[in-house]
Design a protein around this ligand. Structure first.
Ligand code: PLP
Length: 370
């Protein structure tokens, strides 16, 4: 090891071994690499319709004010969220994406002596935030690709400070039964905080996912995280939020940066909450696209995992990486999930009808020659 490399030894031990999150391949990167002009990206569960008109108008209206710091308390957005969910403003924590909330809760509650329980095939950020603070990750095996709540419960000890649950889960799209989930939360020791990651809750058909908000009254150790990145089409602005007891929110708000949400994001998110039409269009396009893509998988003889989100995992029954790469050469970016211990699957974000058709055409060509 040369002198400059020695600096790695100075990093805290969790960070020394940390392998960063791999995002979906950006369109510009594939453009640079292959010189393709028509590229579609179905890799990061973004909204294929883009941001809504109301959010865009709010951004326009905010531009002249950018010399000022944003409202560090995000009052207007918090008030809008508090109205929407009938919670108190003191129960809300705003984050630079809901990803930041996941990081804040890890920073505020974990030490190297403590443990974190999450499921196999669960969202990749959970092991990352756990390792970054040097806490111990305890991974429960999945059941039918989803969370096995019994297996998770068995792994909870008096050292378990956090448990992460993604519902629906990314990348598998699995959804837990509501009553089972509440029983699990209810049985947690009060020394353990449950982070219920609902990044895709808007896509869940019967909206029963909203019931989880009612649990906040009963469980002071529950943190629900949600985001404007997926159904609301604002991933590029980075804004999400946590809902919890006021005490838990107070702790998270102590460790966040004073201006963690920029002014454009705050304004756009507030406007997006009022844009019912855009949300409904988004849900309709997703439902139709999901139907179309899974029907087409069936026609191609492929299996998939039924998904409650805006994405679906297809089982190729062969290593997915070569198929992923062949799709890239045809200008279609999807998501390999080998880092989730799913080397034969690809995750496809539901796109517009035109994008879905292009993807399926490319996939049919690629699997025919493989
Ligand atoms: C996308 C995603 C998030 C975080 O998204 P943000 O853009 O940071 O709000 C959190 N959890 C899951 C399961 C996700 O898929």
């Amino acid at each position: 090891m040369n002198n400059t490399d020695k600096i790695y030894n100075l990093a805290v031990s969790g960070v020394q071994k940390l392998i960063p999150y791999t995002p979906g391949k950006p369109i510009e990167e594939l453009e640079r690499e292959l010189g393709l002009t028509r590229i579609i990206k179905l890799a990061s569960n973004e909204n294929p319709l883009g941001p809504g008109k109301k959010a865009l108008a709010a951004i326009q209206a905010t531009l002249p004010h950018l010399a000022l710091y944003p409202d560090g308390n995000g009052f207007n957005l918090k008030r809008a969220l508090a109205d929407k969910y009938a919670v108190d403003i003191s129960q809300i924590t705003l984050g630079n994406g809901s990803n930041e909330i996941l990081e804040l809760v890890a920073r505020a509650f974990l030490t190297p002596e403590l443990e974190v329980v999450f499921s196999q095939h669960a969202f990749a950020v959970y092991p990352l935030v756990t390792q970054a603070v040097g806490a111990m990750a305890v991974v429960a095996p999945a059941l039918n690709y989803g969370h096995d709540l019994d297996a998770m419960q068995q792994r909870i000890t008096d050292k378990t400070r956090l448990v992460f649950i993604a519902n629906p889960n990314n990348p598998t799209g699995t959804l837990l039964d509501h009553a089972d989930l509440e029983s699990f939360i209810k049985a947690l020791p009060d020394t353990c905080i449950c982070v219920l990651d609902e990044a895709y809750c808007e896509f869940v058909g019967d909206q029963s996912a909203d019931n989880s908000i009612a649990w906040l009254k009963k469980y002071p150790n529950l943190l629900i995280t949600r985001t404007f990145s997926k159904a609301y089409g604002l991933a590029g602005l980075r804004i999400g939020y946590g809902l919890s007891s006021p005490q838990l929110a107070d702790i998270l708000n102590r460790v966040r940066q004073p201006f963690n949400n920029n002014m454009l994001a705050l304004a756009a998110a507030e406007a997006a909450l009022t844009d019912i039409e855009h949300l409904q269009n988004t849900l309709a396009v997703n439902a139709q696209g999901m139907q179309f893509i899974t029907e087409s998988f069936k026609n191609l003889g492929l299996e998939w995992i039924p998904s409650a989100g805006n994405f679906v995992l297809v089982d190729l029954k062969q290593p997915a990486m070569p198929i992923y790469e062949a799709l890239l050469r045809k200008g279609v970016i999807v998501r390999p999930v080998d880092v989730y211990e799913l080397p034969n699957h690809l995750r496809i974000t539901i796109g517009t009808q035109a994008e879905n058709q292009l993807f399926l055409q490319a996939l049919a060509e690629v699997i025919q020659v493989s």
